[in-house]
Design a protein around this ligand. Structure first.
Ligand code: CO8
Length: 256
C-alpha cells in the first residue's frame, strides 16, 4: 500500500516505519492517523514481521500534533482528534511484537507521546524531548499525562508537562524516558542491529514477555506472577521452545 505520510521498509523480519512529513516536522494530522491505522492492519497480517521500528524523516521524530489542524477545532472535534490518537497509540502499545522508537530529533507533544507508547526508546544525542502543550494553552491529549508519570515518575512528569520545557536526550536518559543515547550518525545502524537481534530471538517468548510485562503493570505482584508462570508453562507447548534449549545443548544456533 502507498502512503503519503509514511515510508515502510521490511528488512530481515523488521518493519522500519519512517514518519515522513518533513515540511511540517512530521506533525501528526488526521490523515496520518488514518494511514498509520491502515499500516498497523497491514503489518498485523504479516507473520514474517517480528519487530517494528518507528523513526522520523529529517530533523524531527515528530514535533507534535498538527497545530494548524487543531487551531480551529471545537470541543467535539478536539475530543475526536484526541481519542483517535489515544486509541491508535494504545493499539501500538498492544502490538504483539516489540516496537522500538528510534528518536532522531524533536519528539515534542504528540511526538513524545508516540515515543512513550513504543516499548522503548533509543535516542540520537541530538534528540529533544518535551511536552510543550501548556505553551499553547493545551495539555497532552494522547495519554502523555498518564504514560509519562508511569515511565519517568510523577516528579518528572509534572516538571515536563507543567513547565513545557524541552530537554536533551541525556536528560531524558537520566529521567528514564529513554533507554539509550547514541551518536546521531549511528542511530539507525544501532537500532536496526538491535531490532534484528530481537527478531532472531524465540518469537513466542518475545511476544509473551512483552504481554506479561505490560499486563503485569496493571495488576498486583501476586497476580502478575501468576500470569508469568502461566505464560512460562505455555511456552513448553511450542516446539520452538524445545528447539531453543536443544540448540544450546548441541552448541548450535536455534533453527526456529
Ligand atoms: N504542527 C504543525 N506544524 C508544525 C509543528 C506542529 N506541531 N511543528 C512544526 N511545524 C511546522 C512549522 O509551522 C514550520 O512550517 P512553515 O515552514 O510552513 O512555517 C515547519 O514545521 C518548520 O518548523 P520551524 O520553522 O518552527 O522549525 P524550527 O527548527 O525553527 O523549530 C520546533 C522547531 C522548536 C520543533 C518548532 O517547530 C516548534 O516549537 N514546534 C511546535 C512544537 C509543539 O508545540 N508541539 C506540541 C503540539 S500540541 C500537541 O502535540 C498535542 C498532542 C495532543 C493532541 C490532542 C488532540 C486534541
Amino acid at each position: 500500500m502507498e502512503y503519503r505520510n509514511l515510508k515502510v521498509e521490511l528488512l530481515n523480519g523488521v518493519a522500519l516505519i519512517t514518519i515522513s512529513r518533513p515540511a511540517a516536522l512530521n506533525a501528526l494530522n488526521s490523515e496520518f492517523f488514518t494511514e498509520f491505522n491502515d499500516l498497523l492492519n497491514e503489518l498485523g497480517k504479516d507473520t514474517s514481521i517480528r519487530v517494528m521500528v518507528i523513526t522520523g524523516e529529517g530533523k524531527a521524530f515528530v514535533a507534535g500534533a498538527d497545530i494548524a489542524e487543531m487551531a480551529n477545532m471545537n470541543y467535539d472535534q478536539a475530543c475526536c482528534f484526541a481519542r483517535t490518537g489515544q486509541k491508535t497509540f494504545l493499539r501500538l502499545e498492544k502490538m504483539e511484537i516489540p516496537v522500538i522508537a528510534a528518536v532522531n530529533g524533536f519528539a515534542l507533544g504528540g511526538g513524545c507521546e508516540l515515543a512513550l507508547a513504543c516499548d522503548f526508546r533509543i535516542a540520537s544525542s541530538l534528540a529533544k524531548f518535551g511536552q510543550p502543550e501548556v505553551n499553547l494553552g493545551l495539555i497532552p491529549g494522547y495519554a502523555g499525562t498518564q504514560r509519562l508519570s508511569r515511565l519517568a515518575g510523577m516528579g518528572n512528569a509534572l516538571f515536563l508537562i507543567l513547565s513545557g520545557e524541552t530537554i536533551t536526550a541525556d536528560d531524558a536518559l537520566r529521567m528514564g524516558l529513554v533507554q539509550k543515547v547514541v551518536p546521531a550518525e549511528t542511530l539507525m545502524e544501532e537500532v536496526m542491529k538491535l531490532a534484528t537481534k530481537m527478531a532472531s530471538n524465540g518469537s513466542h517468548a518475545v511476544r509473551m514477555a512483552k504481554e506479561i510485562i505490560r499486563k503485569g503493570r496493571e495488576t498486583t505482584l501476586h497476580d502478575g506472577s501468576n500470569l508469568e508462570s502461566e505464560a512460562f508453562s505455555k511456552l513448553f507447548d511450542y516446539p520452538s521452545t524445545k528447539e531453543g534449549m536443544k540448540a544450546f545443548l548441541e552448541k548450535r544456533k536455534p533453527n526456529w
